[in-house]
Design a protein around this ligand. Sequence first.
Ligand code: PGA
Length: 259
Amino acid sequence: MSRRLLISGNWKMNLDHLQAIHLVQDLGLRLTAADVAGLDVTVHPPFTDLRSVQSVVEERRIPVELGAQDCAPDDAGAFTGEVSPVMLARLHVAYVIAGHSERRRLFGETDEVVAAKLRAIVRNGMTPICCVGETADERDAGATRERLVAQVSSAAGALAPEQVGSMAIAYEPVWAIGTGSAATPEDAQEACAWVREAVGDVAGADAATTVRVLYGGSVTADNTAELVAMPDVDGVLVGGASLEATAFAAIIRSANGVG
Ligand code: PGA
């Protein structure tokens, strides 16, 4: 079993298109082919930055793939303010995050909406990174596993088994996001194993073997190596530390040292 590590930088609502160009150029200067040889790296800028980042990445052959942070469940139509997955695919977006806890919590995204987005992403030839994770209250109530199983079952049930097998699922405990206190490698491993098991129950053993399960929540260059060393952790989804080229490059290098 060899799953390729995936290191993804979620820029959230940060950096205008000029700052975005700067960051990705800086990343390009810091990353060598050897740094990324054993893994996949994605950056997820805001929508308004995508075209600029795409141009720089393709012109300078920077070894990262383009990602988006969200997309509409529909391909086109009267959906004011939404961004179509067709448009993202045309910009060579390869990966799209769906169901980030900020979207679930602040914008009311339900499991059903997330499922529709996953189908839209796959329908347009892109790879979803579906986020799941428990709140602090759910964790304190001992409901972490139950919460993950519900979210993962809904997500995996939305797609055909082979589509599930090629997607990524990011386990992001809500209490660890942006707090500076990441899950321990042992806790991340336990939760990621539950995620994989839930995938197996819905989509079968092959999908469970190949699906990539990432950890996200206060990832830094200091904790990356021990996280991705865990057998069921196949990469990291990085927020704050992906906004600086030095920090993100250090995360990529430390993951590569393990993979
Ligand atoms: P963080 O965010 O790395 O800043 O904690 C992670 C995420 O929300 O994807």
